[in-house]
Design a protein around this ligand. Sequence first.
Ligand SMILES: [Zn+2]
Length: 243
Amino acid sequence: MEKEIEELQKLIDNYENLVFFGGAGVSTESGIPDFRSVDGLYHQQYDYPPETILSHTFFMKHPEEFFQFYSKKMLYEGAEPNEAHKKLAALERAGKLKAVITQNIDNLHQMAGSKNVYELHGSVYRNYCMKCGRFYGFDTMKKAQGVPRCQCGGIIKPDVVLYEEGLDMDTLQGAVRAIERADVLIIGGTSLSVYPAASLIDYYRGKHLVLINKSATPRDSFADLLIQKPIGEVFAKIKVKGE
Ligand SMILES: [Zn+2]
């Protein structure tokens, strides 16, 4: 086993209060692309950049175009948890991992069995009518043709934090509390360039900041253990006692 992964294994074995903070890179290995990684296709297919389409103003003004993009680019069917999701869930079952904080909206941590998940940017699995508040799941949104509508006629809005919208305060506070208390903070699959990722790390007071990312991040020098590898590949080698 590589030296860095051995070190990560040691931290996992020796500490009882681990917290994981993850970004888009955790899901790309499950086949869900990062919508920010803009390719030529976007420019051919859409008149606006994804950040504009996924903004509150755009949603209110052009719901048809919003949902055209949203159902094609954000609602992935059949994506499965990868080794990172599975090992994190196993670590929670083993009483080691106290929380997963994620910027992803794809529900893959819950599908893998994680219970304490702070979804900073919401979830495509929760959707509410803007008029009567009725709840709708993933399938309704996936099946909808055009703008998804409630039985009452209202538009069904995904419980996903759009650009210009604030984060849910309870979720954010829960995430901050978990990070403050963590002995070991493992950050993975994020370039740490998107708010609030970078600022959340500042709440960590421990001595074991682990950073796992394929490419360099602006916070690499803060890491006590830096692993520049795909996160699924790293967790595949981690052993969880009792599993
Ligand atoms: Zn309704």
